[in-house]
Each structure stands twice: as structure tokens, then as C-alpha cells.
Write a protein that binds this ligand. Structure first.
Ligand code: TYM
Length: 338
């Protein structure tokens, strides 16, 4: 990434906790390459965040390569954007500590994701699960990012990052840029295909609920055919009363560019089976080029590691200046010729 002061900084991250879902793709990753020309973009595979849930080490390592390859296959160009693995830049952890001392326990226990995940994993409510949003704030603030493209479920965490930044600035003087979360108009929350009032999630136990970017054509078509809809039989966009059909229409809109009115017209008088088949096919066609690229890139480990190394160096260099400023502001002794 060429540094261009006129451009705002974008930061976003994704956990390497399994194959990306269609929700990850539509809500976040698909939008990342679209920002590359207008902004200075910084994207990260956030492996440190993944440790809040117990991970098998070999699997985490494998999935980190896979996630990195998937981001490249989705169109992130390392010549235009910084792309790196979170644990390759120790500055996130260094800033994390300073920010942790500027956040209240109550702010952390109020986070919806903390409450959900502690309810789901009562046997492992570790410190990292609680302080997770602080590390996420450090990810964003280490680069003074102004724009954070995420799905709806991450907005509360970005809001907390804003509050921390504001607090730090008011105590120590202007240091951080206020980050703002942005989400796509359609698809900021892709729903489970089996329980369309619930978010589509990697960790869903019902395998039919989630489309994975690694799914082949048969799996994608099969899962869409089994998607839960409703019994009134009309193809109409109405999130409140028809969440299943509206979710399918949202996915179709993203892959075809057709408006909801056009989609309603296209399927007028037809059954849900026809809609499901068409959505499945649109997703298969839309993902095919990415899947091809993904397999090609993943097989070239030397290339992947080269991009990781280069990204880590750039990320470190960029965030070091911001960390130095923070250290100075909080009163740490700074040695010359460091
Ligand atoms: P993660 O890895 O859970 O998800 C990555 C991105 O995918 C979005 N997303 C969805 N969007 C729409 N519909 C869905 N069903 C859906 N499921 C997931 C998420 O909102 C997210 O944007 N904490 C973050 C990763 C992170 C981060 C950051 C993001 C770490 N540091 C700094 C932004 C900035 C997370 O766990 O995302």
C-alpha cells in the first residue's frame, strides 16, 4: 500500500475459525476489495481473537493459511491493501494493554457477544472472551482507522472502540481518529437457512443452516433446497413476517444485482422451490471464480508466506508510529536511537 495522506484508513478483520460462511462473505469480505481504490485499506486474519474459544493448534495454523488465501481469492490485492496475520504484528497486543486500562469492567460485561458466548461455553469463560473487544479496539486504533466495514453483529464492538478512543483523547489529548462501522444495505446480517430469525454462523450445529465458501455445487444446491421459508406461498420481501423468503431474496439481490421489486416480478405466481433453485444457482455461479482462485493460491505456500511477511512488515512499520505516540502520551520513558 502506498501511503497517501489524503485517503482515509479502512481496517477490518476476520477470524480463521473455519471456512468462511456466506454471511462473512456478503456482510464483510465481499465489500473489502471494493474499498481498495478509495481508501487505504488494512485487512487482517485475526488469529489471536480465535483463541477465545479452544482451538486445536494444527487446525488453527491450517485455517489461518486458508483464511488468508480466501481473502486473496476474494479480490484483496496486496499491492493496494495491507494484508497480514494479526499475531505477526505484536503492536496490537501492546496497544491492547493501554486500552484495557481505559475501559471499564461493566462496559465489557455488557457486550452482547460476551453474554452469548459465555452462555454457549459455560466451561470456558476465559479472560480473553471478556477482553476481546479491547483487542479489537487495538486492531482498529493501531492504524487510526476511520472506517470499519463489518456485519451488524460487530457494530457494538466498533462502538466500544469509539468510546475508548474518545476517552483516551479526552484524558491524554487528541491521539486517535474516531472509527465508524459501515455495513452493506442488504446482507449486513445473513440469516441461518434453517432458523431465519438467527444469524448464519460458522459454529451452527445444523450443517444445513450455513453455506460455506468451500461448499461444492451439490452442497450449495441441497442446502438452499432445504431452506426454511413459510406457508403463505407468496414471494415478497418482508423481513418481519417472512424472514426466510426475505433472506433468500437478499442473497439473490447481492449475487444478481436485481432489486426486490424485480425479484418479486420474476417469481410472481411461482413456488418457493423455483426461488430456492435460482438463489442456489446464483450463489454457485458467483462463488465459482473465487473457489477456483482459492484452490490455486492455497497450493502455493511460498507465495502465501511471502505476502504474509510483506504485510506484517508494512503493518508493523505503520502502527509503530501510532504506538510511539501513545507511549509518549501516557508517560512511558522513551529512549533515543531505539
Ligand atoms: P468474524 O470473524 O466473526 O466475522 C467476520 C465478518 O463477517 C461478518 N459476519 C456476518 N455478516 C453478515 N451476516 C452474517 N451472518 C455474518 N456473520 C459474520 C462479521 O460482522 C464480520 O464483519 N471480531 C471480529 C473480527 C475482528 C475485527 C477487528 C473486525 C477482529 N478485529 C477489527 C473489524 C475490525 C469477528 O469476530 O468477526
Amino acid at each position: 500500500m502506498e501511503k497517501d495522506n489524503a485517503k482515509k484508513i479502512v481496517f477490518s478483520g476476520i477470524q480463521p475459525t473455519g471456512s468462511f460462511t456466506l454471511g462473512n462473505y456478503i456482510g464483510a469480505v465481499r465489500n473489502w476489495p471494493l474499498l481498495q481504490d478509495e481508501y487505504n485499506c488494512i485487512y487482517s486474519v485475526v488469529d489471536q481473537h480465535a483463541l477465545t474459544v479452544r482451538q486445536d493448534p494444527a487446525t488453527l495454523r491450517k485455517r489461518t493459511y486458508e483464511a488468508f488465501a480466501m481473502l486473496l481469492a476474494s479480490g484483496i490485492d496486496p499491492e493496494k491493501s495491507m494484508l497480514f496475520v494479526q499475531s505477526h504484528n505484536p503492536i496490537h497486543s501492546q496497544l491492547n494493554w493501554i486500552l484495557a486500562c481505559n475501559v471499564q469492567y461493566g462496559e465489557l460485561t455488557r457486550m452482547t457477544q460476551f453474554k452469548d458466548k459465555s452462555a454457549k461455553h459455560p466451561e470456558n469463560i476465559n479472560g480473553g472472551l471478556l477482553t476481546y473487544p479491547v483487542l479489537m479496539a487495538a486492531d482498529i486504533l493501531a492504524y487510526n482507522a476511520a472506517v470499519v466495514p463489518v456485519g451488524i453483529d460487530q457494530k457494538q464492538h466498533v462502538e466500544l472502540a469509539r468510546n475508548i478512543a474518545q476517552r483516551f483523547n479526552s484524558v491524554y489529548g487528541e491521539t486517535f481518529v474516531m472509527p465508524e462501522a459501515i455495513s452493506p444495505k442488504v446482507g449486513a446480517k445473513i440469516m441461518s437457512l434453517q432458523e431465519p430469525t438467527k444469524k448464519m454462523s460458522k459454529s451452527d450445529e445444523n450443517l444445513n443452516a450455513t453455506i460455506l465458501l468451500s461448499d461444492d455445487k451439490d452442497a450449495i444446491m441441497r442446502k438452499f433446497k432445504r431452506a426454511v421459508t413459510d406457508s403463505d406461498g407468496e414471494i415478497r420481501y418482508d423481513v418481519e413476517n417472512k424472514p426466510g423468503v426475505s433472506n433468500l431474496m437478499g442473497i439473490y439481490n447481492v449475487f444478481t444485482g436485481k432489486s426486490f421489486e424485480e425479484i418479486e416480478k420474476e417469481f410472481q405466481g411461482q413456488g418457493y422451490g423455483v426461488l430456492k433453485e435460482a438463489v442456489g444457482q446464483a450463489v454457485v455461479d458467483g462463488l465459482a471464480p473465487i473457489q477456483g482462485e482459492y484452490n490455486r493460491i492455497l497450493s502455493d505456500k511460498a507465495y502465501l508466506e511471502g505476502v504474509m511477511k510483506d504485510g506484517a512488515m508494512k503493518a508493523q512499520r505503520y502502527s509503530q508510529r501510532i504506538l510511539d505516540k501513545v507511549y509518549r502520551k501516557v508517560g512511558f520513558v522513551q529512549l533515543k536511537n531505539k
